[in-house]
Design a binder for this molecule. Structure first.
Ligand code: GLV
Ligand code: MN
Ligand code: MN
Ligand code: MN
Length: 410
């Protein structure tokens, strides 16, 4: 067969055109015309429409689709009896008003990579499976990488079934059943996983490279701070008499920012809930979600401990109470060095760590796993400003096809 890296300029322009055509078929789904961002929450109408799109794309390529009972979908190319499959893919769901590329780029690129391999006459010696993982962002039920955690047994299906969204709908209701949980029968049929993803920072812009290979994911997690105070009248309550949890909350946000800067770590409070949420009432309760990440696990632990200590100390001064609950934690992920090194050499691509979480980080505990990043000219993600050029997306597809060729055909 022709080697895919020998494609000439015209082929690349062609591939960018094929990318654009397939990309346009999902671009309107779940797009908010106001913000220009996406509202594609797991198992809601736009995300279900993308699942239908997945099934249609798989069917048009003669790829049978399997569901794992955890909301994840798998489309297979090749004879299942031919050996363990190479797995690729990503997720459809978004954060609130998220970018277009975070997730779907990995799925669209995977189908296009199958097309590239077929056009080059490749006959995979091992099957190739394209995956769409459920609720990667945790934007609906609060636990990121929910589908991959369930599949690998990292999350108890009983606990997951009871997770509720903001409207009180449980995961079991959204799925139509209690999640199946660990599926070693399925997982055991995969030899490795390669997730292609838009880059979520500026590293590739700085390196002037369209594609990179990931080395590691920073350890990270989500912690819920519940600040309890005394609801009261904004006009009549003397300042000295207040037990205002908003003050403790505000101080804690500043403390998290300061402690993260001191450590070279990242801390964000991007979500807050105020009760009763009235302009003229001192709140009775404020809940803030801390997202914290660091290069080393001990830095992350030190950061969260320091923020907890400062919040508790401040609560004493405000006459409020604070509790801290860990909602999810992802340990440091070092991707398979052998696989990553092989791919970096094959693609002549830079190798970088990331502070973003991915299903690849969950699967890395079970399978040799690698990630490819595609340059993002704005360096912005989890925002409508996230971007990627068609030419770079085509370079990503070509790189993925080359990698899948190497892993399935060699
Ligand atoms: C998911 O995208 C995360 O890193 O939070
Ligand atoms: Mn994301
Ligand atoms: Mn993602
Ligand atoms: Mn992610």
């Amino acid at each position: 067969m022709d080697h895919l890296d020998h494609a000439d300029h015209a082929d690349h322009a062609d591939l960018a055109g094929r990318f654009r055509e397939l990309w346009d078929s999902i671009a309107p789904v779940g797009r908010d015309p106001g913000s220009g961002g996406y509202l594609r929450y797991a198992f809601t109408e736009p995300e279900l429409a993308l699942r239908d799109w997945f099934r249609a794309q798989a069917a048009s390529r003669g790829m049978p689709v399997t569901a794992d009972g955890n909301g994840n979908l798998f489309a297979r190319w090749g004879d299942p009896a031919a050996g363990d499959a190479v797995l690729t893919g990503s997720h459809f769901d978004s954060v609130p008003h998220g970018g277009a590329y975070d997730g779907p780029l990995g799925i669209v690129s995977a189908f296009l990579a199958v097309d590239e391999l077929r056009a080059a006459g490749a006959v995979p010696a091992r099957p190739l499976v394209v995956a769409a993982f459920a609720e990667e962002e945790g934007a609906r039920f609060g636990v990121p990488c929910l589908g991959s955690r369930l599949l690998t047994g990292a999350l108890d299906p009983g606990r997951a079934a009871g997770l509720r969204d903001a409207d009180g709908v449980s995961l079991a209701e959204a799925l139509g059943d209690r999640p199946a949980g660990a599926r070693p029968d399925l997982l055991g049929g995969f030899s490795c996983f390669v997730e292609l993803h838009v880059e979520q920072g500026r590293a590739l812009v700085e390196r002037d490279a369209p594609v990179a290979v990931a080395s590691a994911i920073w350890p990270h997690g989500r912690w819920r701070f519940d600040f309890h105070g005394e609801g009261n009248h904004a006009g009549t309550t003397l300042m000295a008499d207040r037990h205002d949890p908003m003050l403790t909350y505000a101080f804690t946000v500043l403390a998290a920012n300061k402690e993260a800067r001191l450590r070279g770590a990242h801390a964000t409070v991007g979500r807050v809930r105020v009760e009763p949420n009235a302009t003229n009432a001192i709140p009775s309760k404020v809940t803030g979600w801390l997202d914290a990440r660091a290069a080393e696990p001990e830095t992350l632990t030190g950061l969260v401990d320091a923020v907890r200590a400062k919040a508790t100390e401040r609560a004493g001064r405000d006459g409020t109470e604070v509790t801290l609950t860990e909602e999810s934690a992802t340990p440091l992920v070092a991707f398979d060095g052998g696989l990553g090194g092989r791919l970096a050499a094959l693609l002549d691509a830079p190798v970088l760590p990331t502070g973003a979480g991915h299903d690849a980080g969950v699967l890395a505990g079970h399978l040799p796993t690698a990630m490819l990043f595609v340059r993002n000219p704005t360096g912005v993600s989890h925002s409508p400003a996230e971007a990627a050029t068609d030419a770079d997306c085509a370079a990503g597809v070509a790189a993925l096809a080359r990698v899948l060729e190497e892993l399935t055909c060699a």
